[in-house]
Design a protein around this ligand. Structure first.
Ligand SMILES: Nc1ncnc2c1ncn2[C@@H]1O[C@H](COP(=O)(O)OP(=O)(O)OP(=O)(O)O)[C@@H](O)[C@H]1O
Length: 340
């Protein structure tokens, strides 16, 4: 049943999504190759909205709950509490319809038939999804063109590069003409240049077809390139949800680099900073420090007085996203930052 009051651009909506994996019953432990002794809280009250044309990067260390969240949305497992919907359809109750609306690209290549061609893989997948033969042939041409894989349409998958295989898996996710894409580590085994091409393709698709895209990646430089929304998960909990610019505004403590006329000047400035309680590193004529006080750079320079006359250049060096995120995890998000 479709929720008629929702904003039509809110494509993926999660509220209070929680998933517990319960311990394996004692009697079953004898048979199970691996078993759980304690309850695992894989997701803990996750709220999220991904709108049409928006990309949301899901970031988190191993075991943060990324795959579990994706698997709930595509109906491969169910939530213990909370609710998920796609286009207003409940991911549990309306899982058949949700599957038509969501393109799912799992993290591994295992699901591709290695001895079959690209086209044959897509034909099989389409047939399994119940697509008609005629519609499927047209759709296959379209998705192969979209991912620039027409020249490899009749190439056996085993002979294709990791980048081509990733594009084939993306083509497969696009086959039903989805409104949302869920991409679990799409660039995992792909080299950096091919990965950049794949991400550009995903960004173009999100914009042109107004797809809501959820994407996980351990490569933070890729996430920065996507200029997307970000959901930082840790132990199943949301540490931050919002756009990366806001994350920078709220959490960034850029380094200040001062280039001085001489090494002596640099040492003098480092002393001046030390007096203000700011640690500084001197390298030749360059001084680097992290302004911490409420007045920021302005107050720091005022505090240095006449010493500032020997400053040749001054610039702020943005924090790498990796450090920024590490800071969020280390300090814990403020309650306002936790939910968008
Ligand atoms: N089928 C399962 N049975 C029991 N526990 C599970 C199962 N799947 C995942 N978990 C546990 O749930 C937690 C979240 O796992 P999940 O795979 O969702 O994390 P992830 O963020 O995708 O990790 P990774 O980056 O390593 O893929 C982990 O503690 C994991 O061990």
């Amino acid at each position: 049943m479709i929720d008629t009051e929702r904003d039509p651009d809110d494509i993926i909506v999660l509220s209070g999504l929680t998933k517990l994996y319960e311990p394996t019953p004692r009697w079953m432990r004898v048979f199970a190759r691996s078993h759980l002794r304690e309850t695992v809280r894989a997701l803990d009250g996750v709220d999220l909205v991904v709108r049409a044309g928006e990309i949301c990067a899901v970031v988190g260390p191993n075991g943060a709950g990324k795959t579990t969240m994706f698997r709930i949305i595509v109906g491969l497992t169910t939530a213990t509490e909370g609710r998920g919907s796609v286009l207003g359809l409940d991911v549990e109750r309306d899982s058949e319809q949700v599957r038509q609306a969501v393109g799912w690209m799992p993290a591994e290549d295992r699901s591709l038939l290695m001895r079959a061609t690209s086209r044959e893989n897509l034909q099989l997948h389409g047939r399994l999804q119940g697509m008609s033969r005629k519609g499927l042939t047209k759709r296959i041409e379209h998705v192969l063109e979209t991912v620039n894989l027409m020249p490899q349409a009749d190439t056996v998958v085993a002979g294709m590069s990791a980048g081509m295989r990733a594009r084939l898996r993306l083509a497969r996710a696009l086959l039903p003409g989805p409104r949302a894409l869920i991409l679990d580590e799409p660039t995992g085994p792909v080299d950096p240049i091919a990965a950049y091409g794949l991400l550009t393709l995903i960004m173009d698709l999100a914009k042109q077809e107004r797809l809501a895209v959820l994407i996980s990646s351990h490569r933070l430089e890729e996430i920065e390139a996507l200029q997307s929304q970000a959901l930082l998960l840790d132990g199943g909990k949301v540490r931050y949800s919002g756009d990366l610019d806001r994350l920078r505004r709220e959490w960034e403590r850029p380094e200040l680099e001062l280039v001085m006329a001489t090494h002596q000047d640099a040492l003098a400035i480092a002393d001046g900073l030390h007096v203000q309680g700011v640690e500084a590193r001197v390298d030749g004529g360059t001084v680097r420090c992290q302004p911490t006080g409420p007045g920021g750079v302005g107050a720091l320079l005022t505090g240095l007085g006449p010493l500032t006359s020997s400053i040749r250049h001054l610039r702020e060096i943005p924090m790498p996203l990796r450090d920024l995120i590490a800071q969020v995890y280390a300090r814990g998000a403020d309650p306002e930052g936790a939910v968008r």
